[in-house]
Write a protein of this length. Structure first.
Length: 322
């Protein structure tokens, strides 16, 4: 029996069958951008609740993760961060988990899930679920791949933080502002997407399987909970680091602005005697001093320069020209 079947353009069936066991094979139904036809296929072949099927439609995006126990299956909605068009967005995966089958419905933007599906088609014997033939273990493997992809995004954030730090201390504060804003948005989005994963994974530790001991399932999902905790700690550290860099960058920008305002203020005050004397001698009043003197013009220029020079000496004495 082939291990792969293309049911339709949007539905593929991957069969994980270990010939060394007497268990029935494990069926993974992977659906991309589910529509009415795909929902009808699931309705005909599985006894899923209609509200759960409607939630799995590609255009219906849930605002929060959830886990619901159906009559003979488990329904999950989980979100994972996806890097798209320069920013992090939420990618939703809907899971139907039952004895001998696993159904995933998602948009085609989760590379980790697509890569794992390709691996399952080409080398099913490399999977842990191949030896155990358990849908609970297959779900564990898929979630592990998706969480590992979150680590990759976190690593990208760390590299971006290092780049921002270099920009700040190379006096490129204006260029760093945009990158800081993008980083803050991405980290906030990842935190928002991942914040409830730990609670969902803890509930999955209570799953039961006729093929795998409960303590083994608990051990598998405990490792995912630990990964989720570590990821959250990394995001916390990155959030704090970005806030520190943002504060440093703002301080340097404010210092630059202060220096600019200081320079403009000193320049305007030094020029003030010139402007004042020019305004006074431009009044055309009778009997103005120096006006009728043969060297009156140069005497007035000298007074102006003397006034400006005096202001410069005053600023230098105060230490304001440094």
């Amino acid at each position: 029996m082939p291990n792969y079947k293309k049911v339709s353009e949007k539905i593929e069936e991957i069969r994980i069958d270990n010939p060394r066991t007497t268990n029935s094979y494990l069926r993974w139904i992977n659906i991309v951008n589910a529509g009415k036809a795909e929902i009808e296929y699931l309705r005909r072949n599985y006894k899923f609740d209609l509200s759960h099927l409607k939630a799995a439609v590609g255009s219906a995006l849930s605002q929060r993760p959830m886990i619901i126990q159906g009559p003979d299956y488990l329904f999950l909605i989980l979100h994972f961060p996806v890097f798209k068009d320069g920013r992090v967005v939420s990618g939703e995966v809907d899971f139907f988990v039952g004895h001998g089958f696993l159904v995933t419905a998602h948009n085609n933007n989760l590379k980790a899930l697509s890569d794992f599906a390709n691996l399952s088609k080409k080398s099913p014997d490399s999977l842990l679920s191949y030896s155990l033939e358990s849908s609970a273990v297959l779900l564990y493997e898929i979630l592990g791949r998706l969480i590992n992809e979150c680590y990759r995004l976190s690593d990208d954030n760390s590299l971006a933080i290092n780049e921002v730090e270099e920009l700040i201390f190379n006096n490129q504060q204006k260029k760093a502002v945009e990158k800081i804003l993008i980083l803050r948005r991405n980290i906030i989005n990842i935190r928002k997407i991942m914040q409830n994963h730990k609670n969902i994974l803890k509930k999955l530790m209570e799953m039961e399987s006729s093929l795998v001991e409960k303590k083994s399932i608990k051990r598998f999902y405990e490792s995912l909970v630990e990964d989720s905790k570590r990821l959250w700690e990394m995001l916390d550290n990155q959030k704090e680091m970005v806030e520190v860099l943002n504060g440093t960058n703002e301080s340097l920008l404010n210092d630059q602005m202060t220096n600019i305002m200081k320079t403009l203020t000193i320049f305007s005050v030094i020029v003030f005697p010139l402007t004042l004397l020019a305004a006074i001698f431009g009044m055309n009043a009778k009997k103005m001093p120096f006006v009728d003197h043969p060297y009156g013009f140069w005497m007035i220029i000298g007074i102006m320069l003397l006034g400006s020079f005096g202001m410069m000496l005053f600023f230098k004495k105060k230490g304001w020209l440094q």
